[in-house]
Design a protein around this ligand. Structure first.
Ligand SMILES: [Zn+2]
Length: 361
């Protein structure tokens, strides 16, 4: 099969808006997506947004499929990426602590090569979808060895970093520990800012968070462009989970014009007095609270959908509020009694699009 054109569908205009003739080189690059396990999925180019998921571990899912040489899970997941559902995302490659990484990857953690993993996952992703609607992200920078590697990753397309996962690492400290941002961490963040990478503060403990805020202020004062998100963190006031942000933290972010991704994962939504039937009600409460505190222009949605853990690792982390198959429609339906159409569009994609897509790519 020879592919001569890519057809572009514009969601904003609700029509096919054009076609791109492929060069010989592009035809060769894209050839594999019409072969083997990729053959059931047309290469997807979407000309606009309807929902951007601010945190989905797609690069990690892809790398797992690669290790297993079985792309069934990915093939099925890709059906969720369509004109009626999710049309853009921050695709994340996560790095947990050494034991957990060793368990998931099946090889020794000191063999982890982030650049190689990122490259492989990106190349496979590119066979499925256009990267125009995707921001590539790394969560837990522990295994990025130095600033040269960070630059290499930037050159490969990295545009968002979460310095830490739950554990402590050489750069800073996640919410299961109390350490501060380290000197190495400061240099790492400054390099990231200079490269134009977005700084994602989700998972930071309070010490690392406030050290980062101070650093961002210094950098901003030097006239540097700072982009900040909390890709998947809810309100601590509504759900006192240490992964969430309290009001003081949310207000400390405000001067950097952030977008905070409200997570659809149950543990970050409900407080202890609530029951599972109240997930949707509480999900709305988080959004309402953020709107009051920081304004509608700073809210996004992050699925952090971990149902892949059931299929790939036989682990179940508990329910998500929405089924990913219909997440966009379900959120719209849930929010429409409380928010205007314009507000819902801002939450679903406009805010994060304005922050990350206008310049970053
Ligand atoms: Zn996370």
């Amino acid at each position: 099969m020879t592919v001569k054109y890519l057809f572009i569908y514009s969601i904003d205009e609700k029509k096919f808006s054009g076609k791109i003739p492929l060069s010989k080189k592009e035809k060769i690059r894209m050839a594999p997506c019409f072969m083997h396990s990729f053959k059931s999925h047309p290469f997807v180019v979407l000309g606009g947004f309807i929902m951007i998921d601010m945190h989905y571990d797609l690069l990690s899912v892809i790398y797992q499929c690669y290790l297993r040489m079985d792309y069934t899970y990915l093939d099925n997941w890709m059906k969720n990426y369509n004109l009626d559902n999710v049309t853009g995302l921050i695709a994340n490659l996560y790095f947990m602590d050494k034991e957990q990484m060793q368990e998931e990857l099946g090889y020794n953690y000191d063999e982890i090569n982030v650049v190689e993993m990122f490259k492989i996952a990106k190349e496979i992703l590119e066979k499925y979808i256009s990267l125009d609607n995707v921001i590539l992200s790394i969560e837990g920078c522990s295994y990025i060895n130095n600033l040269e590697e960070l630059e290499e990753l930037y050159n490969l397309g990295l545009r968002n970093i979460l310095l830490v996962w739950n554990n402590s690492n050489k750069y800073g400290s996640g919410n299961d520990t109390d350490n501060h941002l380290t000197e190495e961490g400061r240099a790492f963040l400054i390099k990231a800012i200079d490269l134009g990478i977005c700084i994602d503060v989700s998972h930071m403990n309070k010490n690392t968070f406030y050290d980062t805020i101070e650093l961002l202020k210094e950098q901003k004062a030097q006239g540097k462009k700072i982009r900040v998100i909390a890709s998947h963190s809810n309100s601590y006031k509504i759900c006192p989970n240490k992964r969430n942000l309290d009001d003081e933290q949310i207000l400390a972010l405000k001067e950097f014009n952030p977008v905070i991704g409200i997570v659809t994962y149950s543990d970050f939504i409900l407080d202890k007095r609530a029951n599972k039937d109240q997930l949707k009600e509480y999900f709305v409460k988080h959004i309402m609270h953020l709107k009051e505190l920081i304004g509608i222009d700073h809210i996004g949605i992050a699925s952090d959908d971990m149902t892949f853990d059931i299929a790939l690792f036989d682990k179940d982390f508990g329910p998500q509020v929405f089924d990913y198959v219909s997440i966009r429609k379900d959120i719209e339906e849930l929010l429409k009694d409380t928010f205007t159409k314009e507000e819902i569009e801002k939450i679903l994609y406009k805010n994060i699009k304005n922050l990350l897509w206008e310049e970053l790519q």
